[in-house]
Design a protein around this ligand. Structure first.
Ligand code: PEP
Length: 254
């Protein structure tokens, strides 16, 4: 079962190296959290931040190549991440899908690359506003899952981030009921199509304008196991507060 809330930040394409180092140094002073904490940072900061990060903080990538190795200029492979001891990455973030044309087929390859190289993926899925308005939300989510995961993956581990596209960076958050309904739907899909154990072991994070004001009520819902947080992870004080919320919920659940 998922006992620890996961607070995951996604810096996207923000911060200089100096700003990144100051953030990690400031974060290092807090007591060891009871919840899990992860930060997805730009590729070039992975190694310097990994070198100074406290043990409890997972430094993760924001993307990987769908290819194993070779003539793919500008790409970074899962194997390269493994070689510098980076153990997690986002895959299929809606900004990758929207601005860089990532299809479910490409995302499936990326997932397999992550699995083969012991890099824990956080698979991002979510519907657009149009899709929600047209009652296509469940259909879209089911398709995003069914296109990339099969029963053959039952012995693998991943986290899923449910991130309604209309809520990312917009200040508009799904209500806790809307989010819980979709998380429950995802849990049931995993249970029916992969396995019950797989569903129970997969953390399903909520993402989309999650912040210090709404995190507690979202993370308290039964099928919400934490959050993937963009904007609110850029400020160290706000990220510390999110970790405190993660601690509170983790303590409540144990
Ligand atoms: C994200 O980057 O995954 C995200 C949810 O961003 P924001 O919290 O800014 O909406």
């Amino acid at each position: 079962m998922n006992v620890k809330t996961l607070v995951a930040g996604n810096w996207k394409m923000n911060k200089t190296l100096d700003e990144s180092i100051s953030f990690i140094e400031a974060l290092s002073h807090i007591p060891v959290p009871q919840c899990e904490v992860l930060l997805a940072v730009p590729f070039i900061y992975l190694k310097p931040l990994q070198d100074i990060a406290p043990k409890w903080l997972t430094i993760a990538a924001q993307n990987i190549s769908d290819k194993e190795q070779g003539a793919y200029t500008g790409e970074i492979s899962a194997k390269m991440l493994q070689s510098i001891s980076i153990k997690s990455t986002l895959i299929g973030h809606s900004e990758r899908r929207q601005y860089y044309g990532e299809t479910n087929a490409v995302i499936k390859e990326k997932l397999q690359q992550a699995f083969q190289n012991a890099v824990m993926p956080i698979l991002c899925i979510g519907e657009t506003l149009d899709e929600r308005k047209n009652n296509l939300t469940e259909h879209v989510i089911e398709n995003q899952l069914a296109s990339v995961l099969t029963k053959a993956d039952a012995n693998k581990s991943l986290h899923i981030a449910y991130e309604p596209v209309w809520a990312i960076g917009t200040g508009e958050t799904a209500t806790k009921e809307q989010a819980e309904a979709m998380h429950h739907f995802i849990y049931n899909w995993l249970k029916e199509n992969i396995s019950e154990t797989f569903a129970q072991q997969t953390k399903i994070l909520y993402g989309g304008s999650c912040n210090t004001q709404n995190a507690e009520e979202l993370f308290s819902m039964p099928h919400i196991h934490g959050g993937l947080v963009g904007g609110a992870s850029l400020d160290v004080d706000s990220f510390k507060l999110l970790i405190e919320i993660g601690n509170t919920i983790t303590n409540k659940n144990n």
